[in-house]
Design a protein around this ligand. Structure first.
Ligand SMILES: [Zn+2]
Length: 128
């Protein structure tokens, strides 16, 4: 292993405290209201590069502009019924954005309308 690659791996290992056998070790909850989104061990941990709109858009942004950030870690949910609670916000192309069913915070991930699979961003939820 080279020094350069080590820094990347270290970050990944940190996140993997939440992962056991490739699945979420802990319950997945909304960061804002604590509503349960996924039961423990119900979703698969994957890495995927995907842009999601920021949960809080800057008020000073240009009109009509959407601020995105790239998310690299997700929980992959193949069946919508796996969710304890989930809502939808808006649809863009073949994606529906996922939000908290209780407080509407989001997007916390996205639903791919082609595959019918859902992806929850690790950085947008809380483990409990
Ligand atoms: Zn919530």
């Amino acid at each position: 292993m080279s020094e350069v690659e080590n820094s990347e791996v270290a970050v990944e290992n940190d996140q993997k405290d939440y992962v056991e056998d490739g699945k979420n070790k802990l319950n997945v909850k909304c960061k804002f209201c604590g509503s349960k989104i996924l039961d423990k061990k119900s979703a698969k941990y994957i890495t995927l590069e995907k842009d999601l709109p920021l949960m809080q858009q800057d008020n000073n942004r240009k009109e009509g502009e959407i601020q995105n950030e790239q998310i690299k870690e997700f929980y992959h949910v193949e069946n919508m019924y796996t969710f304890e609670n989930i809502g939808f916000t808006h649809t863009v192309a073949n994606c529906k954005y996922l939000s908290c069913a209780d407080c509407d915070a989001g997007p916390v991930g996205f639903y791919d309308m082609d595959t019918k699979h859902s992806y929850v961003a690790l950085s947008r939820i809380e483990h409990a």
